[in-house]
Design a protein. Structure first.
Length: 318
């Protein structure tokens, strides 16, 4: 029985067929080459002039990989000759089905990424996406078949293309491990998060004081019981300290802000006040902050009503 050596197309062969496209699509093409080693020209059209990382050295390296792969298959043939033919066929079928499904997952995610890049007017950084990051991303994305999750992965990839370094490999890994229940809890957490727009790095957190300590189910009325918060902690999305605080200058609370996706701007009812205040908060982790960027959240009217009452009473803001 003969065991054929698989033929693998060289990246350089595919690059010759790349056509002109937008800057964003060209950078997407470069990222695909880094992560997958192929151009996928049957799905996209790319600008060959902007894909300069496919060099002779890289092609030679790929050739060496193919040679090593051929040798591995030859060695495998020696081992396989004594095995049952039906077992070999079943193994081949399983590997083929898995490979086809993975390719389908990748291409669906890439189409969503391309759409997101085309729909956005955000600028595209000239900094290339890190090759190791791209490889890790596609190794994970290939096993994501849920459509909602594919959309999140696409948003991460498009965000990384626009501004490399926006999403860590750990965030990609965390997203892949996120189940639907935890994702929905995280969305509720984002619904009641305050982000002070001009100083988002200083204050993007959940203020729990209007409702009471989260460790004693203070946030249960907005769907965030203590048990649900621990699920977010276990997923690495929020920090473990449920009694943390953030000290800020009081006037920052008069800056434009959002609670969830609802914009607000508060003003002093009377003379302006100064000094620092301590706000009791629940903090995101770095992973949580990054995933918040791609989460489709809204705003919780129950939380907003109580928050407005609290900020008026405590800080004389309207």
């Amino acid at each position: 029985m003969q065991y054929p050596i698989r033929s693998v197309s060289m990246p350089g062969d595919e690059v010759q067929n790349i056509a002109a496209a937008t800057e964003a699509s060209a950078k997407l093409g470069d990222t695909i080459l880094k992560g997958l080693g192929m151009a996928l020209n049957h799905v996209f059209e790319f600008d060959v002039k902007q894909i300069d990382r496919v060099s002779t050295a890289k092609a030679n390296a790929r050739a060496r990989e193919i040679t090593a792969e051929a040798e591995a298959w030859a060695n495998a043939a020696i081992v396989l000759k004594d095995l049952d033919n039906e077992l070999i066929q079943r193994t081949g079928q399983r590997v083929l089905i898995q490979s086809v499904k993975r390719q389908e997952n990748i291409e669906k995610t890439l189409l969503l990424t391309d759409e997101d890049l085309r729909d956005s007017s955000q600028p595209i950084s000239e900094i290339p996406v890190d090759e190791d990051w791209a490889v890790k991303f596609f190794n994970i994305a290939q096993d994501v078949s849920n459509e909602e999750m594919q959309l999140l992965f696409a948003k991460i990839l498009s965000g990384e293309i626009r501004n490399p370094g926006s999403f860590s490999a750990r965030t990609v890994q965390a997203l892949s491990l996120l189940d639907t229940t935890t994702a929905n809890i995280f969305r509720k957490f984002c619904d009641i998060t305050i982000e002070v727009t001009p100083v988002a790095d200083l204050l993007t957190a959940v203020l729990w004081e209007p409702f009471g300590p989260p460790g004693t189910n203070g946030l249960a009325p907005v769907g965030l019981s203590y048990l649900q918060l621990t699920q977010l902690q276990d997923a690495g999305l929020i920090q473990h300290d449920l009694s943390a605080y953030r000290e800020i200058p009081l006037p920052i609370l008069t800056f434009p802000c959002k609670i969830g996706d609802q914009p607000f701007q508060f003003h002093f009812d009377g003379d302006a006040q100064y000094g620092n205040v301590r706000l009791k908060v629940l903090h995101f982790t770095k992973i949580g902050l990054e995933l918040r960027k791609v989460t489709n959240f809204s705003s919780d009217p129950v939380y907003n009503t109580k928050f407005i009452e609290w900020i008026k009473t405590k800080f004389n803001l309207i």
